[in-house]
Write a protein of this length. Structure first.
Lengths: 479, 78
């Protein structure tokens, strides 16, 4: 089945219900269907089934329309982060090789193949033909989500219709979503949390409210917004929930409608979770876990009496019908699930991942209740504001600058939550640090910018000649 | 006061290549100050200057630059 199909089925039941609400506009299920059909009618003439279409639009109704329109024609949607620096966007586009890129207005200057650019406002002028989503094979791809890659370049995680449907069905059933639900959506569409906002929601008749981005910096306005729109459900990242728990005026802004909060992407600092759980005594809280390659594979409903400041909470039991095992030697979590990705999208095509179990690279153990506990990475990957960041990608960027002899990037722990990248650098030709690293601002996404730099005469190394990352970590602990 | 805030932000929260060229009106949010950073900054300023900054006033307008931060703090210093 096509991941767009459940929406069309639901639309027949609740045509007049609002589907998406954004700051100055809203759209009902029936209106949304018409808009999708305009985009799909246009795209269908281009014969793009199983090809990739990039979407360069901000989170909102237009972008959601394009996503569903692309899916309806049997093509694959690739959400771009338009806040990314141009160099990273170009790298992703050159790797993905999309047939089209849908954006707003004329093609941007940086785009090499400007004839692949489509303006959304033009697409929406198409005379729509009414038709059901194209039949797809369950293993056909639905989306490609680019994340940071350990080889130094971003890599596209390719997810099938079946993988998205399995996740969408499990979430709708587990969290009892229905027509009464009002779901807040803040996750950008290139972030896997958005799969919930886009698909679990509209399969059940719920309404999706796009949370204005600037409110993520105004915690008390954010909670006032949740209250005003009587939001029932929100899937977000712990760092933002910590901000709300500590500074969101929740004591004076009760949220009686908020039935459940789901969070994922990073470890929730327990002292902040306790605060949030106290302030939202009647809201169910769920810790969801899983790399983009498996989507959610493990979850734990927060049992308030079991949360203590000294210990991190469990990631819990299998979710979405996943089968979980542990490597006996390393403790690595291995996942078999219908959610699992199909492979990485590289150079315009799928490099299939054929193993039964996906090795997550995360170290886990089981507690007395047979729940999984998370113990961090087996490799160097970092989690920064919920995004995964491969130090190798930052190192590659730094190494390409002038006057760099060598460099190494490690994660330093942030007091409030998560990690931040930090870099040690060896300079050539008596270069100055400030001048040397200035271009980085234009090359790395904000969450990938190192928060500290240290200049050394040489990188510390182990007796086998490899870089001593532990020594570098210790260096930052002292500064 | 601005110097102390500067030191904290540039040493602990964000890295800018040439802090001496970062003016008091330059945009801190564009330079990478995010929600986690703002939370740490507020806690730090409350402790450092012995003030309480009301939750309701935490807003991009009050934290966007060193001048905005100074204004905001001065309103709460008695």
């Amino acid at each position: 089945m096509n991941i767009a199909t459940p929406f069309f089925q639901q639309c027949a039941q609740t045509p007049d219900k609002p589907a998406f609400i954004e700051e100055n506009s809203s759209i009902t299920y029936a209106e949304f269907k018409t808009q999708i059909e305009k985009v799909a009618t246009f795209l269908k003439k281009q014969q793009i089934q199983n090809q990739c279409v990039a979407i360069a639009l901000d989170r909102g109704i237009d972008a959601a329309t394009c996503i569903y329109g692309v899916l309806q024609t049997g093509a694959i949607y690739l959400p771009l982060d338009i806040k990314n620096p141009v160099t990273r966007l170009t790298t992703i586009i050159n790797d993905a090789q999309p047939s089209f890129i849908i954006g707003k207005g004329p093609a941007p200057d940086w785009l090499e193949k400007s004839d692949s650019w489509l303006d959304i406002s033009q697409l929406l002028l198409t005379d729509a033909e009414s038709y059901l989503p194209v039949q797809v094979n369950s293993t056909d791809l639905a989306t490609i989500l680019y994340t940071s890659g350990s080889t130094g370049n971003p890599k596209g995680v390719a997810l099938s219709h079946q993988a998205l449907l399995n996740f969408s069905r499990w979430t709708s059933a587990t969290f009892n979503l229905d027509q009464q639900d009002r779901i807040a959506s803040l996750a950008p569409f290139h972030f896997d949390l958005s799969i919930f906002d886009l698909f679990s929601s509209l399969a059940t008749g719920a309404s999706v409210y796009f949370l204005p981005s600037r409110l993520s910096l105004s915690p008390s306005r954010l909670t006032a917004w949740l209250s005003e729109y009587k939001i029932t459900t929100w899937y977000t990242v712990p760092s933002l929930l910590s901000f709300i728990a500590l500074k969101g005026a929740l004591a004076t802004t009760p949220l009686p409608h908020l039935k459940r909060i789901l969070f994922a992407g990073e470890v929730f600092p327990s002292q902040h979770l306790i605060k949030l759980a106290d302030l939202l005594a009647d809201t169910e809280l769920y810790n969801l876990y899983g790399p983009t390659e498996t989507n959610v594979c493990c979850y734990w409903q927060v049992e308030r009496q079991r949360v203590t400041a000294e210990r991190t909470i469990p990631i819990g039991d299998a979710a979405c019908g996943a089968q979980l095992t542990m490597d006996n030697e390393t403790g690595e979590l291995l996942v078999k699930s219908l959610n699992n990705f199909s492979g990485y999208w590289q150079q315009g095509k799928l490099q299939s991942f054929n193993a039964e179990f996906y090795p997550t690279g995360d170290k886990v153990s089981l507690n007395e209740q047979s729940e999984f506990l998370y113990h961090g990475r087996l490799d160097r990957m970092l989690k920064c504001s919920g995004y995964r960041v491969e130090p190798a990608e930052i190192e590659q960027c730094i190494n390409q600058l002038n006057n760099i002899e060598s460099c190494a990037v490690v994660g330093i722990k942030d007091q409030t939550s998560g990690q931040r990248p930090a870099a040690v650098i060896v300079l050539k030709n008596n270069a100055k640090l400030a001048e040397t690293i200035k271009p980085l601002r234009q090359q790395l996404a904000p969450y990938m910018q190192p928060c500290k730099f240290v200049v050394l005469d040489a990188l510390p190394s182990l007796s086998n000649g490899k870089t001593d990352y532990q020594a570098i970590q210790n260096l930052f602990k002292k500064t | 006061m601005k110097q102390k805030i500067r030191e904290f932000i540039f040493n602990e929260l964000i890295f800018v290549a040439e802090p001496e060229n970062f003016s008091d009106d330059d945009d801190l949010l564009e330079a990478g100050l995010d929600s986690m950073g703002i939370m740490r900054l507020i806690m730090h300023m409350e402790e450092q200057f012995n003030i309480t900054l009301p939750d309701s006033e935490i807003d991009p307008d009050n934290v966007k630059s060193f001048n905005a931060l100074e204004q905001w703090i001065l309103q709460h210093k008695t």
